[in-house]
Design a protein around this ligand. Structure first.
Ligand SMILES: Nc1ncnc2c1ncn2[C@@H]1O[C@H](COP(=O)(O)OP(=O)(O)OP(=O)(O)O)[C@@H](O)[C@H]1O
Length: 272
């Protein structure tokens, strides 16, 4: 169980995360939604300690994450992998090497850059790519792939960390609807098959409703909704998004709807 207890982060007087208390059961897929500036990214960055809280605590299975320093902090970061909107791959390196860089925290930077990976790790990386429908791209430069493919490479890299928690910060924000669907299906499948807890910041409502067990709605740094996706009413959604509500809905309605995706076969369709 991962628990955020009265978690707060202030930036020069702005309370980006304001007294958030939440608990996440292992294996949940949680969509964090809210308008721009609601505090979603800051909350995720606090969880893996890319950013330090100014108040409150983070506790995971008895470990006080918010107090960790040095090696213990590195070990925590290895337990919760993070993927970003902009993929964070090294474009000039091939896909396989990018995925192997997910082992960085097991080896240290120098060894990883020298490419000293074991056969078992290479097999693990190829299996992760294969699982994500990308085995055939292993020797291609990462920057020759489509955005959706690059995000799936980033997911494979995150999986090489063997994480318990996957933090996804707007993973589909820069993708077209088809690639967005493929990436969300991949995250859902990893969550279901490997039991990895997924906390995913999302802009649009229908995506959160379609793929997540639970939705956390944030507004001005606070949690204003926490419950099953099916329990989120339009009135509550309006409260979460405020004046940005129409935008959140408009995006959802004008894009190829992602909603039916969970009803489809779980196999990953190759993205363009
Ligand atoms: N490093 C920082 N320095 C100062 N203010 C910051 C910093 N990071 C975030 N903020 C502020 O904290 C608030 C929450 O930002 P955050 O990026 O967490 O929101 P968000 O919900 O993820 O928004 P978006 O969907 O646009 O990414 C905003 O007011 C933002 O300007």
């Amino acid at each position: 169980m991962l628990t955020l207890d009265n978690l707060t982060k202030s930036f020069q007087g702005v309370r980006a995360v304001d007294g958030v208390s939440l608990s996440f059961e292992p294996g949940q897929m949680v969509g964090v939604i809210g308008a721009s500036g609601a505090g979603k990214s800051t909350m995720l960055r606090l969880v893996n300690r890319l950013s330090d809280p100014t108040g409150g605590r983070i506790v995971c299975q008895g470990l006080e994450v918010s107090a960790l320093r040095g090696r213990a902090l590195m070990a925590w970061r290895a337990r919760c992998a993070m993927i970003f909107q902009q993929f964070n791959l090294v474009g000039r390196l091939d896909v396989l090497t990018n995925v192997l860089l997910g082992r960085l925290n097991k080896h240290g930077f120098a060894t990883s850059m020298l490419g000293r990976f074991s056969d078992a790790e290479r097999t693990m990386a190829l299996e992760a790519l294969d699982h994500l429908g990308l085995a055939q791209t292993a020797l291609q430069r990462a920057d020759t792939l489509s955005g959706g493919q690059q995000q799936r490479v980033a997911i494979a890299k995150a999986l090489l960390q063997e994480p318990e928690i996957l933090l996804a910060d707007e993973p589909i924000a820069s993708l077209d609807p088809r690639n967005a669907q493929t990436v969300m299906e991949a995250l859902r499948r990893i969550n279901r098959e490997q039991g990895i807890t997924v906390l995913c910041n999302l802009h649009t409502l229908d995506t959160a409703r379609a793929y997540c067990d639970r939705i956390v709605g944030m507004r001005q740094g606070r949690v204003v909704f926490d419950g099953p996706a099916a329990a989120l009413s339009d009135r509550q959604a309006r409260e979460i998004y405020g004046v940005a509500f129409d935008e959140a809905f408009h995006e959802a309605m004008t894009s190829t709807s992602l909603a039916p995706a969970v009803e489809r076969a779980p196999a990953l369709a190759p993205a363009a």
